[in-house]
Design a protein around this ligand. Structure first.
Ligand code: SF4
Length: 364
């Protein structure tokens, strides 16, 4: 019989693991969250960060989320964005609508678009393939795009009655290079049963992401905190993500952001209470320490504004400067286009920000 290894449960012993490049386990992570001083978490996160990135360096991108449709049948209770097919106010963007958004992005100095819409039963696979092929034909390598989130990909494949492998191949043939890990929120079956029971299981999420990697597409890991998730659920999410990366090596980065509750069913009209930036930053540090196999930890300007950059002192190394995202803006997020002010804050914190071109990375 194999006995479970007991966590040492002292800071000194956990710190030695991190300093020596050994992996911490879930119980170590729990202990750190519950007992370690914030400064110690920052110190340990900096050690792991330094294995991937030079201290004092960070990267960023100017990007736009293109919410091509707001029609969705998933009915997640944390979403203020969607309209049911029977409700007024639903929309679908034409190719020209999308081109106008992308032209504006380029004019503002950006070169990354991320498509994020809903589970819209009126949209066939051809809508997506034609749109993405047209974007690739029009912009070439001057602009890169994250074609869908895993959640939308799951719905699209099911709706088109294709296997995940077939759907990934059809998208790849249309010029798609990236499908991001969006739609993960908290990757536990319990969380999904409570809040998004029509949004696919954790097992389906990872099965689809594996098919995406096997098809030669690039992908990322994401997480959203600040709902009603427990510490156990956060740790399970991180553990599943790390295991998946051990198996596939396919996750280019990890991005965590915070739930914006305004006008959602879960948060109510007044929004309830958002978690503090301090809690977000502490969580980022824990993510950096635990996810020792993911090179890039990203911090969320979209949901934390300028203060997200303080995440650079908590193990993060990369961030977006977003110009639009209707999903989070509908639920209370605010966006500033004063990029220089935000970049100056990174410099004040002691970092040299460098633009990261995803289009170039996709071809490496
Ligand atoms: S979060 Fe996404 S999948 Fe859920 S209801 Fe909103 S648009 Fe639909």
């Amino acid at each position: 019989m194999t006995l479970a290894v007991q966590s040492p449960l002292t800071l000194a012993e956990i710190a030695v693991k991190v300093e020596q490049g050994s992996r911490i386990d879930v119980e170590d992570a729990r202990w750190l969250w519950q007992n370690a001083a914030v400064g110690e978490l920052q110190r340990l996160a900096a050690i792991v960060r330094s294995r991937f990135h030079a201290p004092g360096e960070c990267t960023y991108m100017v990007m736009r989320i293109v919410n091509y449709t707001n029609v969705c049948v998933a009915q997640c209770d944390y979403c203020a964005f969607y309209k049911l097919p029977t409700q007024a106010g639903g929309y679908v963007m034409s190719q020209d609508d999308v081109f106008a958004k992308l032209d504006e992005l380029i004019a503002l100095g950006g070169d990354l678009a991320a498509f994020n819409g809903g589970f819209n039963p009126a949209l066939p696979l051809s809508y997506y393939c034609e749109l993405f092929a047209a974007i690739r034909a029009r912009y070439g390598d001057a602009l890169e795009f994250y074609a869908l989130t895993i959640a939308e990909f799951l719905y699209l494949a099911d709706h088109a009655k294709l296997s995940y492998a077939e759907a990934a191949e059809r998208l790849r043939a249309s010029g798609v290079r990236w499908i991001t890990g969006g739609g993960s929120e908290i990757l536990t079956e319990g969380f999904r049963a409570r809040h998004s029971k029509f949004k696919y299981t954790v097992a389906e999420y990872f099965e689809a992401q594996r098919a995406i990697i096997d098809a030669g597409l690039k992908t990322t890991a994401t997480m959203v905190i600040g709902f009603d998730e427990t510490l156990d659920e956060r740790l399970e999410h991180l553990d599943r993500t790390r295991q998946f990366q051990d198996e596939t090596r396919g996750l280019a980065s990890f991005l965590c952001w915070t739930f914006k509750p305004y006008f959602t069913q879960l948060g109510g009209q007044l929004g309830g209470i958002e978690i503090s930036t301090a809690e977000y930053l502490k969580h980022l540090a824990l993510c950096r320490i635990f996810l020792d196999n993911i090179p890039r930890i990203r911090t969320s300007v979209l949901t934390q504004n300028q203060r997200a950059l303080e995440g650079l002192n908590y193990g993060a190394d990369d961030f977006d400067l977003p110009i639009e995202d209707e999903v989070t803006q509908k639920a209370g997020a605010t966006i500033s286009l004063d990029f220089e002010r935000i970049l100056d804050y990174a410099r004040e914190l002691g970092y040299t920000p460098r633009y990261r071109h995803v289009a170039l990375a996709a071809k490496q």
